[in-house]
Ligand binder design. Structure first.
Ligand code: ZN
Length: 135
């Protein structure tokens, strides 16, 4: 009879564990890594204090430089080489080509930055990194 009392919290704790890959996917989509039902960000890069649906806390999680680093890795090392293989000289003057590439990379960076931050917040939350209060 006393073992049943002890078993309930352990089972509850095991059911709330979210696989790292699922939490990462939810973070990439800008959703709560815990439940996936609400938005992780209150504005462009400001994460919510806590999920209104499941109560998971994200306010203390600091992705710091990881999000820009991830964005630079993808934009600078994956998409930037395209610039060397695709020549816009046949279609427009050199200055216009530079403007097109700059606008493309700026837009791509703006689109990827919140996703990168969501990924790193999800990874920090899921791994319970030191200093993170998962509530
Ligand atoms: Zn949630």
């Amino acid at each position: 009879m006393e073992s049943g009392i002890l078993a309930v919290p352990l089972q509850t704790a095991m059911k709330t564990e979210i696989p790292l890959s699922l939490a990462a996917r939810r973070g990439l989509m800008g959703l709560c890594p815990s439940c996936g039902k609400t938005k992780l960000f209150a504005s462009y890069l400001k994460q919510v204090e806590a999920c209104p649906n499941c109560g998971a806390h994200f306010g203390r999680i600091r992705a710091d430089d990881a999000a820009p680093w991830g964005t630079i890795i993808v934009v600078g090392h994956v998409f930037m080489p395209m610039m060397f293989f695709v020549s816009l000289d046949a279609f427009m003057p050199f200055w216009a080509g530079v403007a097109v590439w700059a606008a493309l990379f700026a837009g791509l960076s703006m689109a990827l930055l919140p996703r990168s931050k969501g990924l790193f917040i999800a990874l920090l939350w899921s791994t319970r990194a030191p200093g993170v209060n998962n509530g």
